[in-house]
Design a protein around this ligand. Structure first.
Ligand code: GDP
Ligand code: MN
Length: 380
């Protein structure tokens, strides 16, 4: 789950990182009020959950409250990469001397967090990483020890930060690591961390991505989720506790168990087809969950066949069959379906589905072959 800039920066501030004064507004009138409170120049920043807002025109500098109102009106009417801007952050403007990049993320290969820094931060950081990778400094962190002071100083030295700033930089780097660890984040990023003309270090932009699997122990953070900014199918899948990942193939899959779901995708590919999604309905899924899963699969117009692969253990085949029937009542569809049902209550499950318009298969290979065939026919 991704946090908005203003939310990320509030967390940064709680961890001792200096941020600009400012507040969020959802109307231009409020943006003007905030600009008056702050006095002087402000930046108006679109709060959308995508990167590159600056380049898209979503970050503008205003010299007066009237101009702040004008620019807020424009930005609040924009869409950035397809997402409507519903809120803007109004921050006091900084006079920038230089821009630094600083982040903590997971280094999966090393099984450790890594701190990443560069003296050439700002909107071109991807370009810097691509053209001059040696300008990007990386330092692994032992999760049991956290980021030590000497490590933060080492980063300061390697990015050739002027000595005067080291003390604040150490505080910021450690605060960022602390924010990352305390929130179970997969990314905590400041870009840019600026040195201002009057020689202060401030986090101008902030981005945090939280680990969805850890949200159950962060009720306060889970509440920050901005549903307006997420794909409707993801919202729907989460509501029913389904693990759903959309892909670009044409065979929708509904499977119980993550491992079996992956094996199902493999066997579809093995038979020359392409899965349209990964979907694990989980153990013991009831009929309402199955119905929701089917609606989600069918909401993808690229789906030309559906393969149900149910291995009944805790999940009962008759329950799944009822879910499929319930879903078929609520959704109109001509997409062909193949079902392979084995395990607990399979005879009852098959009997229930006998009247429904779907193919049955005794083995997974047979089911996959049929699904690939049917998808090709339906697409034609
Ligand atoms: P992003 O494009 O989504 O990463 O948004 P940022 O908040 O990082 O802003 C993009 C760029 O706008 C920064 O790298 C700065 O160069 C510039 N910018 C942002 N805030 C200010 C500010 O207060 N003053 C000045 N002069 N430039 C700013
Ligand atoms: Mn940025």
């Amino acid at each position: 789950m991704r946090l908005h800039e203003y939310q990320s920066k509030q967390i940064f501030a709680q961890n001792g990182i200096p941020i600009p004064r400012g507040r969020v507004a959802s109307t231009a009138a409020t943006a003007k009020e905030i600009a008056m409170e702050l006095g002087g120049r402000v930046v108006i920043k679109a709060q959308v959950l995508v990167g590159g807002r600056g380049k898209a025109g979503g970050i503008r500098l205003a010299r007066t409250p009237a101009e702040a109102e004008e620019l807020a009106t424009q930005i609040l009417g924009m869409q950035i990469k397809g997402l409507p801007v519903r809120r803007v952050l109004v921050d006091e403007a900084a006079a920038i001397r230089s821009e630094i990049y600083l982040a903590v993320t997971n280094e999966r290969n090393a099984r450790r967090p890594v701190m990443v820094a560069s003296a050439e931060g700002g909107v071109e950081i991807e370009q810097v990483a691509h053209d001059t990778p040696d300008k990007i400094v990386r330092l692994l962190v032992d999760p049991l020890l956290g980021l030590r002071e000497y490590q933060a100083r080492e980063i300061a030295s390697r990015i050739e930060l002027p000595r005067d700033h080291w003390k604040t930089f150490v505080q910021i780097a450690r605060g960022l690591y602390q924010a990352y660890a305390a929130c179970d984040a997969t990314l905590a990023e400041i870009n840019p961390l600026v040195i201002t003309e009057d020689q202060r270090l401030i986090a101008l932009d902030g981005k945090m991505v939280l680990d969805d699997n850890a949200l159950s122990r962060h009720q306060d953070l889970a509440e920050l989720r901005d549903i307006d900014e997420e794909a409707p199918v993801e919202v729907e899948a989460r509501k029913y506790g389904l693990s759903y990942v959309a892909m670009d193939g044409d065979i929708g899959c509904m499977v119980n168990g993550a491992g079996l779901a992956m094996a199902t995708m493999d066997i579809i590919k093995f038979n020359g087809g392409k899965p349209a999604n990964f979907l694990d309905i989980g153990g013991g899924a009831g009929s309402d969950k199955v119905a929701a899963a089917l609606r989600i699969i069918l909401s993808d117009p690229g789906v030309h066949a559906i393969l149900f692969n149910i291995f009944g253990g805790i999940t009962r085949c008759d329950e799944v069959a009822r879910g499929i029937l319930a879903a078929l009542e609520s959704v109109e569809t001509r997409v062909p379906m193949v079902v392979r049902l084995v395990g607990t209550n399979e005879a009852e499950g098959r009997r229930l589905l006998a009247g429904a318009k779907m193919e049955t298969a005794a083995t997974l290979s047979e089911a996959a072959r049929k699904a690939v065939e049917l998808a090709a026919q339906h697409a034609a």
